[in-house]
Design a protein around this ligand. Structure first.
Ligand code: C2E
Ligand code: CA
Ligand code: CA
Ligand code: CA
Length: 278
């Protein structure tokens, strides 16, 4: 076997083939789901940690096409980003979340809805214009819409990001920095483009009981959010001791399985009805 041939052969390793097949499989399923209505949103409540009142909900996309294996967004969103399907999926997610928020609001249930936007979606030049059109066509109160972005999405596109974020803020839409503390430039992104909210990543919350460093990061982020006057949401609260720690330290908002898993719209509404008076 010649050298060049061997190199070429090494490129088509079994792993690569498996990965390529997986990507193709997911791409086909996503395209079919887009065509036939196989995407749904689940909603996870964001709770005031002191009062237990529901402050808003985060929309999380699900692939509900009945096919095997079941795939979560952590598996299919990265594929969608590489195969160009993130734009139509992201547009569908934002449209559906706004439609649902407006429908609930008409029934007297006012819930702020947070929508995740991936870097590949945010990078598009027309992103702010899309959101503006959506606000107009859906009739959503822009203050009830939160765009969740990761620091990485912002830092990858810093020059554009500044303009886009200012355009979004001018609309009245709010910005949350997702997975805060895990990016490579947390603090510089805060001074360049102040968001409205920080979401402290669930890896730190998970470490509350066992890891001194996780608690130190949480304490520092709580102080930072306080002095910058930003809302702070703790993600991934799974038990009473995490809740207790965060509440005692002065973190105002949180979400996690301790309160509720992400739920389909009707179940979220039932959950909300049970918790609105507490
Ligand atoms: P994320 O935005 O950080 O969302 C939080 C994830 O943590 C969700 O996973 C949620 O179900 C999960 N979670 C919530 N509470 C707990 C808890 O107490 N314990 C544990 N272990 N997990 C908890 P999910 O729904 O599988 O989504 C994973 C990621 O996929 C999201 O992370 C987000 O980055 C992405 N994603 C989800 N929906 C969308 C979407 O509509 N558009 C985009 N671009 N990305 C999305
Ligand atoms: Ca999020
Ligand atoms: Ca997050
Ligand atoms: Ca995440």
């Amino acid at each position: 076997v010649k050298h060049g041939r061997r190199g070429a052969f090494a490129f088509y390793s079994p792993d690569m083939t498996t990965r390529a097949q997986f990507v193709l499989h997911v791409e086909r399923r996503l395209q079919r789901a887009l065509d036939r209505g196989g995407l749904v949103l689940h909603y996870q409540p964001i709770v005031n940690l002191a009062s237990g009142a529901v402050e808003g909900i985060e929309a999380l996309v699900r692939l509900a096409d009945g096919a095997e294996p079941a795939l979560g967004p952590a598996a299919f969103i990265p594929v969608a980003e590489t195969c160009g399907l993130i734009a139509p999926i992201g547009a569908w997610v934002a449209r559906e979340a706004c439609r649902q928020q407006v429908a609930w609001q008409r029934e007297g249930i006012r819930l702020t809805v947070s929508v995740n936007v991936s870097a590949a979606q945010f990078r598009r030049a027309d992103f702010a214009a899309q959101i503006r059109d959506l606000v107009v066509s859906s009739g959503i109160d822009p203050h009830c819409l939160v765009i969740e972005l990761t620091e990485t999405a912002i830092m990858e596109n810093l020059a554009e990001a500044v303009a886009i974020l200012h355009a979004l803020k001018a609309l009245g839409v709010r910005i949350a920095l997702d997975d805060f503390g895990t990016g490579y430039s947390s603090l510089s992104s805060l001074s360049t483009l102040p968001p409205d909210k920080l979401k402290i990543d669930q890896c730190f919350v998970r470490g509350i009981e066992t890891d001194h460093a996780s608690r130190a990061v949480i304490d520092a982020v709580i102080a930072l959010a306080g002095s910058l006057d930003l809302e702070l949401v703790a993600e991934g609260i799974e038990n009473e001791s995490a809740l207790h720690y965060l509440r005692e330290r002065g973190c105002h908002l949180g979400q996690g399985y301790h309160f509720s898993r992400p739920l389909p719209a009707p179940q979220l509404l039932a959950w909300h009805a049970r918790h609105r008076t507490s």
